[in-house]
Design a protein around this ligand. Structure first.
Ligand SMILES: [Zn+2]
Length: 281
């Protein structure tokens, strides 16, 4: 009996070579969520599988399978966007790899998410056409967490509900998934201090339309604080640090060693404004 075939848009999350000429590829698809498939002869046939099966490529995928789950047979893969602008820039490539790696970690096989599919398309598009700003990575993380059901509470204390407007300085508590006010967080070694300015910027970035995100520039202090709390929170949720993040750190150090970003919290930065919005000119 012939297997039914399906067509859907997909991003390549990762692949591994199998046997002499095959590849097992993990995709995140618009119509079927994450799926794994074998592309027979992929390493030989550039016609059926052009550069559509490289990490983060956006393609139209034709596959067949019997029932749900298990390994699909990849019949064809036509590239929509290979992202040449990202691939010609080392830091952008590593940032895109991190985004794809995170999406892989936060999605389960067979679970469809139109929101996460759209997020990948939007943010890879931002990287392709704009600068590789660290802000882009932070807002990607924040939106991915929200779409995966792990949105951190940044607008009020998770213990006493005091709103951020009334909190001068706060502490991030990964276990409770949000901030604590100075009274509720003081003295807890597990909590990370974070300024109200940084939190306000992150809340702003959560709502800003994707095509306006490049206008939102975080101060050095807000970048440093948000980098530390997201890294800590994501590691807490996943129980490990994504490998691509470690590679990204190394690349940043190589590209710009004098400004390589510290990964642990240094100084309070309380009172920092957190961000500036660059007006359109
Ligand atoms: Zn509180």
């Amino acid at each position: 009996m012939k297997r039914p075939s399906f067509k859907t848009e997909a991003f390549v999350l990762r692949f591994l070579n199998y046997g002499e000429s095959d590849r097992i590829i993990t995709f995140f698809t618009r119509g079927f969520g994450k799926l794994r498939g074998i592309a027979k002869g992929a390493r030989r046939s550039r016609k059926r599988f052009p550069n559509a099966i490289e990490p983060f490529s956006h393609s139209i995928l034709l596959f067949s399978r019997r029932g749900e789950g298990g390994l699909s047979i990849i019949e064809n893969c036509d590239v929509i966007n290979h992202y040449p602008g990202i691939r010609s820039d080392l830091e952008k490539t590593m940032t895109a790899s991190y985004m794809i790696d995170l999406a892989d970690h936060f999605t389960a096989e067979g679970k469809k998410s139109a929101g996460i599919f759209q997020l990948l398309g939007d943010f890879l598009g931002l990287l392709e056409t704009g600068n590789s700003l660290e802000e882009t990575t932070r807002f990607f993380e924040l939106r991915l967490l929200r779409l995966s059901g792990y949105e951190p509470v940044l607008g009020k204390c998770v213990i006493c509900n005091t709103p951020l407007d009334k909190i001068g300085s706060a502490f991030f508590d990964a276990t409770r998934g949000g901030i604590r006010c100075s009274l509720c967080g003081r003295g807890d070694q597990e909590c990370i201090p974070v300024s109200a300015g940084t939190l306000k910027t992150l809340l702003l970035g959560k709502q800003t339309e994707t095509d306006r995100i490049h206008r939102l520039v975080l101060s050095e202090n807000a970048l440093k604080e948000s980098r530390v709390i997201f890294r800590h929170f994501i590691r807490h949720i996943l129980g490990k640090e994504p490998k691509s993040l470690q590679v990204l750190d190394e690349i940043r150090k190589m590209i710009c060693p004098e400004t390589a970003k510290p990964q642990s919290y240094q100084g309070s930065g309380v009172g920092d404004r957190g961000s500036v919005l660059i007006p359109h000119t």
